[in-house]
Structures are given as structure tokens and as C-alpha cells.
Design a protein around this ligand. Structure first.
Ligand code: TXA
Ligand code: MG
Length: 334
């Protein structure tokens, strides 16, 4: 038995590391890898045991399905029904931060576990060189949720992965800080009117421009497989309470600031973007939440972020983090 520490599993990316990582995947193991959004915890999406390993390492409820990542568009069409809307969105946004929920083909080789009881699969072609190389070298699609314990803040660095998952992954490929910093947009195309299940860097208006207006996301019924399983609010939780849309932080609160006018006095204060740039703010969001959470005394206060463009996705994550219960009292069945 080896005693490699979580940090010892972090590998600088080179050809050898990619080949070893691909070998781990082919043998049914777990590898954390960078994408342009956040780090993913990858396993062979065609191997039931490997996919089960992801749920175990994350402590993820089995009813929450996984995104399957590809390096080639033709491979996607072999597993799911690509309708005209999917083709059009794929041409426009892939490789990139868009995930499409599509109907699974009867002949699909993908493990049923990735679908968590649904007849759909969420697919994505990530735009990160390391992700593309790893998938191609493994020679199979990778099931990969964000590489954090279920309910934790998503990881935007190899170090976040090591801290959250410990020795869950056999290897963590270090591609530096992720560029976008917020998980992909998730769009359900299995309904007559497409529905946005999670806002991200590809915005609702960019999607609507190509395929028309989107419908409201379905409400979970509480019975049977949930149509929209990742929408529970108890998500992305820092261990300290988080208040949002705060202009005057309370004594003892750490401050997640945004823009040029920042109230003084809060210690520590981190600014998502002093110039008010949304792209910079998204890239900093999870890393700053991680840092403030590690340093905060009484709690974290977040300043308002405008509800436009990427701000919609930023506010979605902040709202979920604010609604989350402290970890100690968190109902782990969710
Ligand atoms: O940017 C991302 O999407 C990252 C990187 C690693 O690709 N992945 C990620 O995966 O955020 P995860 O598992 O943390 O979030 C996937 C979301 C969940 O909310 C899940 O419920 C939803 O997508 N999802 C996956 N498959 C689905 C399906 N068949 N139907 C509906 N929702 C699905
Ligand atoms: Mg996640």
C-alpha cells in the first residue's frame, strides 16, 4: 500500500503524465483534470465500476447524473440523439462551456449510472488542451463531475481538488487556475422547448439567438428520477454562513467585494473585480470563496453583482452558497 498524500498526487502536465493518467482511466481509476470551467473528476464513462467510483469519492447522491466529456463531435453522435438544435449549438459553442442534455441512443455504450435513472445523457466537448488530450489518449469518453466533495465549492485549481477530495483521485493533473472559473451552462434539449438547467458562461440570450426562446426549468416532483436533479439549493457551500447583496458588512464578517467602491473595515476583503469586469469576477469567484472561507471569523458577506451576462451565473452560484446549510448540519442524503 502506498502512502502518497493528496498533494503528492498532483502532477505537472507533460506527455508522460497524460499517458499515465490515460492508463489509470483505462484501468477503471479516477483522474482529476483541468477544463476551461472547473476541474473535473474523470472516469471511463463506459465502465460501471469506474463511474460508481466517482459517486463514492465525491459522496454524491446516486440520483444526480454526471456530464460525459468527449474530445470529438462524432463520438457524441454515437451515444446520444443530436437533433438540429444540438448540431447548431455544438457548431457555435463547442469546444466550450456548454453542456447539452440529450436522449440516449439505445446502442449507447455509456454506463447507465451516468444517467442516474433518466433516459438522457448530459454531454460536453471541453475547450481545454489537457482535457482534450486526456480523453483522446484514454480512447473513451470521460464521466466527470466537478472535482469536489458533493456540496463543497467547485475547484478551480489542483490544490482545491487535493483539499476537497483527499486521495480520491489516483492522479490530479495540474493545468493551473481554470480560465472561466464557473461550471458549464447546462441546457436540456429533450423537451419541446429547451430549458436552462444551470446558467454559465454561454448565456441564455446567446442560446436563444440561435434556437429561439427557452422555457422555464421543470420543478422536481420528489417522485422517481428527477428531471432536473442538480437544482437543489443546498450546493456550493462554504463552511461559514454567506450573506449576499450586502453593501454594509457586519462586524467580524469577511467581504467578497465587487467593483470600484468598496466599504472599508471588513477584514479580510477580497475583490472579485475592482474594475467591475464580469469575466474576471467569474474566474475569481470560487478561489476567493475558498480563501475567505479559510480566513473568515463570523461569516462572509458578498456585495451585489449585476444580473447581466456572466453575472447571472455568478449570482446563481452565490445564491446557492447563501442558501446552503453549514456542513455540520447538512443532510447528506441530499
Ligand atoms: O463545467 C462543468 O460542467 C464541470 C466540468 C468538469 O465539466 N462539470 C460539472 O459537473 O459541473 P457536475 O456534475 O458538478 O454538474 C453537472 C450538472 C449537475 O447539476 C447535474 O444534475 C446535471 O449537470 N446533469 C447531468 N446529467 C444530467 C441529465 N441527464 N439530466 C439533467 N441534468 C443533468
Ligand atoms: Mg458540481
Amino acid at each position: 500500500m502506498t502512502t502518497t498524500t493528496a498533494k503528492g498526487r498532483i502532477r505537472t502536465v507533460d506527455e508522460t503524465a497524460i499517458d499515465e493518467a490515460a492508463e489509470i482511466i483505462r484501468n477503471g481509476g479516477l483522474v482529476a483534470f483541468p477544463t476551461e470551467t472547473v476541474y473535473g473528476l474523470g472516469a471511463d464513462a463506459t465502465n460501471d465500476d469506474a463511474v460508481a467510483g466517482i459517486f463514492a469519492a465525491k459522496g454524491r447522491p446516486r440520483f444526480n447524473p454526471l456530464i460525459v466529456h468527449f474530445s470529438d463531435l462524432d463520438d457524441i453522435a454515437a451515444e446520444v440523439e443530436m437533433d438540429a438544435r444540438a448540431e447548431e449549438l455544438g457548431r457555435a459553442f463547442w469546444p466550450g462551456p456548454l453542456t447539452l442534455v440529450l436522449t440516449r441512443k439505445p446502442a449507447s455504450r455509456l454506463s447507465r449510472l451516468v444517467s442516474a435513472g433518466l433516459d438522457t445523457v448530459a454531454v460536453r466537448l471541453p475547450a481545454h488542451r489537457v482535457a482534450g488530450k486526456l480523453i483522446a489518449a484514454a480512447g473513451r469518453p470521460l464521466a466527470a463531475p466537478s472535482a469536489n466533495r458533493s456540496g463543497d465549492i467547485s475547484p478551480t485549481s489542483a490544490d482545491h481538488v487535493a483539499r476537497s477530495l483527499g486521495d480520491g483521485p489516483a492522479m490530479i493533473l495540474d493545468g493551473g487556475a481554470t480560465k472561466i472559473g464557473i461550471e458549464s451552462t447546462v441546457l436540456d434539449l429533450t423537451t419541446a422547448t429547451p430549458t436552462l438547467l444551470r446558467p454559465g458562461a454561454v448565456t441564455e440570450s446567446e442560446i436563444a439567438r440561435l434556437i429561439g426562446a427557452l422555457g422555464d426549468a421543470p420543478q422536481n416532483s420528489g417522485e422517481g428520477p428527477e428531471k432536473s436533479p442538480g437544482r437543489q439549493e443546498r450546493h456550493y457551500a462554504p463552511s461559514h454562513p454567506l450573506r449576499i447583496n450586502v453593501t454594509a458588512p457586519a462586524p467580524g464578517e469577511a467581504l467578497l467585494a465587487f467593483g470600484p467602491s468598496v466599504p472599508g473595515g471588513a477584514e479580510p476583503t477580497l475583490n472579485l473585480s475592482p474594475s467591475g469586469d464580469m469575466v474576471e469576477a467569474a474566474a475569481n469567484l470560487f478561489a476567493m470563496l475558498h480563501d475567505l472561507d479559510a480566513q473568515a471569523a463570523a461569516g462572509i458577506a458578498a456585495m451585489p453583482v449585476p444580473e447581466t451576462g456572466l453575472g447571472i451565473a455568478i449570482n446563481d452560484r452565490l445564491r446557492r452558497a447563501a442558501h446552503a446549510m453549514p456542513r455540520a448540519s447538512c443532510d447528506t442524503s441530499i
